[in-house]
Design a protein around this ligand. Structure first.
Ligand code: HEC
Ligand code: HEC
Ligand code: HEC
Ligand code: HEC
Length: 152
């Protein structure tokens, strides 16, 4: 019975585990890997351009300098453009333009009032979405690139 199970596992492994799966010098505990996996990752298309290499808005400023200039570093200046506008991929070639989401949801994922008093998230001012100007989209009143209240 036991031998049968072990045999079944070995047969299964023969077909299931890829040929180039192996353990490195330090044994299976830390350094097992599959060589072709590196290639798979290399071939993954890059979706977000706003990476450490091209920091924050440096890539977008070339064509959208207005949005970058009006940003205040203390408020929304800390948010990457693609956080609200989605992955730029090969924009402006593909896609030619990024679809703008003007819904309240874009803002509420950060500004819904939380009741946890100890959370760092509290530093972001919160509103009650069921009370605060429910008839409108947020961007009809607040500038998403510079939401400073005195500037409204
Ligand atoms: C090489 C120039 C170029 C770069 C770089 C660029 N864009 Fe654009 N973008 C365009 C053009 C051209 C359009 C389409 C014309 C338009 O509607 O303004 C566009 C459209 C958009 C739109 C839609 C505007 C609208 O009115 O519907 C958004 C949002 C946008 N880009 C965001 C970004 C973000 C975020 C980045 C950086 C990750 C970026 N773009 C980088 C050229 C560029
Ligand atoms: C907090 C979310 C948010 C961030 C961060 C953000 N945007 Fe926007 N952006 C929006 C929204 C929402 C609109 C639509 C505004 C409207 O229609 O009134 C918009 C509009 C635009 C437009 C179209 C022009 C316009 O005013 O309608 C461009 C271009 C743009 N954003 C580029 C950028 C760039 C570049 C960055 C980074 C420097 C950036 N955005 C950061 C939410 C954001
Ligand atoms: C990724 C998180 C994030 C998103 C998404 C976001 N915000 Fe903010 N917002 C912040 C942070 C962080 C601050 C600055 C908090 C502080 O004072 O340190 C801020 C500040 C503000 C303020 C206060 C301005 C002031 O004068 O103190 C308003 C109003 C605001 N945001 C509106 C919006 C609107 C409208 C949207 C949607 C278009 C939006 N936010 C989307 C993170 C976000
Ligand atoms: C009809 C205009 C209008 C709309 C729409 C609107 N707001 Fe406001 N918002 C205001 C005004 C005016 C204030 C300042 C007075 C106050 O706090 O009520 C404010 C204040 C805020 C503040 C600061 C609260 C604080 O405690 O400092 C945040 C954050 C905010 N709004 C986010 C949003 C978000 C997110 C949306 C969409 C879900 C939104 N607003 C929709 C007009 C608007």
């Amino acid at each position: 019975m036991v031998i049968g199970i072990v045999l079944a596992i070995l047969v299964f492994r023969l077909f299931y585990v890829p040929n180039d799966f192996e353990s490195g010098e330090r044994g299976f505990m830390y350094s097992y890997y599959r060589q072709s996996n590196e290639l798979e990752w290399e071939n993954q298309p890059i979706k977000y351009l706003d990476t450490g290499k091209q920091h924050m808005h440096e890539f977008c400023i070339e064509c959208h300098s207005h949005e970058v200039e009006i940003r205040t570093e203390d408020l929304h200046g800390v948010i990457a453009c693609e956080n609200c506008h989605g992955p730029a991929l090969d924009h402006p070639i593909h896609p030619e333009k990024l679809e703008i989401d003007r819904s309240r949801e874009v803002c509420l994922r950060c500004h819904t009032l939380l009741t946890y008093t100890t959370s760092e998230r509290k530093r972001i001012p919160g509103i009650d979405p069921k009370e605060h100007m429910t008839e409108y989209e947020c961007v009809e009143c607040h500038n998403p690139h510079n939401p400073r209240l005195e500037d409204m």
